[in-house]
Design a protein around this ligand. Structure first.
Ligand code: ATP
Ligand code: MN
Length: 461
């Protein structure tokens, strides 16, 4: 019976076990060889000793090179080396798949992340990308655990939608129309009534609006699914396809929203510190020094909560030279967000009460008639990791705002119904999952924390 390498324990010493995996490295000397075998279940893999006691030795060694897949049966012993606790004395080796040493791109030397992006199908076989995959998985598990433990219901919101949640127009069109022969209406415009859904449809930018409908029936829900944004921004924090977690709570205001965001983030950080120690040590040592301390520091301190207006004062008085200047009413750039979290407060900051003009139509209007009950959570290295708000639950105010923005109310009839039939205060937020993985691992580019990144000009694999 095959055992996963991470499951090998002290009690298995002196037992005959079988492991399967890929060769990370092989070192040959006159009388024996060392193979490091990795099956992805942990970072370190298992050291295998191949010698006279191994069937077909030394012939078998000639066919084994980095990247080969092997099934090895042998006796587990205490390792004399300091690097590992155990090693396996191979009794028999079966080569499952040979690997051409000439052309295999993952040789022992260090590769750049840019290069590894061009072989995204093989990069999970490197230490870094294996560790990222395991940590990403742990964060997804922690997400479900947190919301389930707190009574939230997991909701699957639609991927194809006819409404533009953010009103930002950065959407990918979904169509089955023949692009060579587009049907036109009498005004010469494309006739989408003939399209698959009988209207214009897109890939969703957010499941929030649908999430609100379920929150206004089941109280607390969360979504965790893909979002798509056709933003032509080649940054290290934007993807065209990313995963978003969107909780929505009924009977909740902005304060409840902030508390939920802070508790959720802290829960995730605590979870990886406790459950991904080997990988976290790796990130701390090789990716970003101090990553573990960075996470611990966040766990041990309350987030700073601050009005947008106060943040503008701080930014205007900062001695730092920003590329973009700020005035009350301007949208903060990533450099401003990072300054607040990294340098000024040195901890996560929740900015609230943004000017209405720079936020979405559905946010609850404050009594000052200028700001809305929005909140963004800003963290070091990343900037905005969460965007959320209390939602406008007053029908008249919502309709007035939609009219001001010339939004087609007929497309949102169902959304407006929520304010007609038993409206309740409610609030929620969206967290970009890759930004969380980016922060936790200390990686620099968001394209390296999703298995197959999609960004302008890139949809390979
Ligand atoms: P930004 O200003 O950084 O573009 P946003 O204001 O457009 O973010 P929201 O619409 O509030 O973001 O979306 C909620 C969250 O989704 C953000 O806080 C961020 O974590 C994440 N997010 C948004 N756009 C992207 C993207 N293109 N790639 C990855 N994550 C994203
Ligand atoms: Mn954006």
């Amino acid at each position: 019976m095959r055992i996963r390498i991470k499951d090998i324990k002290e009690k298995d010493i002196d037992k005959i076990i079988n492991v399967k995996g890929w060769v990370r490295s092989i070192r040959n000397s006159k009388e024996f060889s060392f193979i490091v075998l990795n099956d992805g279940s942990n970072l370190a893999g298992l050291q295998i000793v191949v010698d006279q006691n191994t069937k077909d030795y030394p012939k078998i060694i000639e066919k084994i090179s980095t990247g080969c897949s092997l099934s090895i049966t042998g006796k587990l012993v205490k390792s004399p080396g300091k690097e590992q606790a155990f090693e396996l004395k191979a009794e028999s080796i079966e080569i499952l798949g040979e690997c051409d040493a000439e052309s295999y791109p993952l040789q022992k030397k260090k590769h750049t992340f840019e290069f590894l992006r061009t072989i995204a199908h093989l990069r999970p076989r490197t230490n870094t990308f294996g560790a990222i995959a395991r940590t990403r998985n742990a964060l997804a598990y922690a997400t479900h655990k947190f919301f389930q433990e707190n009574g939230f219901l997991y909701l699957n919101s639609p991927i194809i939608t006819a409404s533009d949640c953010e009103g930002a127009g950065q959407m990918f069109r979904v169509t089955t129309l023949d692009l060579e022969k587009l049907p036109k209406d009498k005004n010469g415009k494309i006739n989408f009534e003939q399209d698959f859904f009988g209207k214009s449809t897109f890939l969703t930018v957010s499941g929030q609006l649908e999430g609100e409908t379920y929150a206004c029936a089941l109280s607390d829900i969360y979504t965790f699914g893909p979002s798509f944004r056709a933003e032509n921004s080649n940054t290290s924090r934007h993807l065209a396809e990313f995963w978003m977690i969107e909780p929505e709570m009924a009977f909740a205001d902005l304060k409840d929203d902030m508390n939920c965001a802070e508790n959720y983030l802290k829960y995730c950080l605590k979870y990886v510190l406790e459950n991904c120690q080997e990988d976290m040590n790796f990130f701390d040592k090789f990716i970003q020094k101090g990553t573990i301390e960075k996470l611990q520091h966040i766990l041990n301190n309350p987030f700073e909560r601050l009005d947008y207006t106060k943040a503008i004062d701080i930014l205007k008085n900062a001695s730092k030279n920003f590329e973009y200047s700020v005035e009350w009413g301007s949208d903060l750039q990533s450099e401003h967000e990072r300054y607040l979290a990294e340098e000024y407060f040195k901890k996560p900051v929740i900015l609230i009460n943004y000017p209405q003009e720079i936020k979405s139509f559905y946010m609850k209007q404050n009594n000052d008639n200028k700001t809305v009950a929005a909140m963004d959570v800003l963290i070091a290295g990343v900037g905005e990791i969460i965007g959320g708000s209390q939602r406008e639950d007053n029908l008249d105010l919502l309709v007035k705002r939609m009219d001001e923005l010339n939004l087609p109310k007929e497309n949102y009839w169902w959304y407006l119904d929520l304010r007609k039939y038993g409206s309740v205060p409610h609030a929620g937020f969206g967290l970009g999952f890759e930004r969380l993985v980016l922060f936790v691992t200390g990686m620099e580019n968001i394209r390296d924390v999703i298995p197959f990144p999609r960004y302008p000009g890139h949809a390979e694999f």
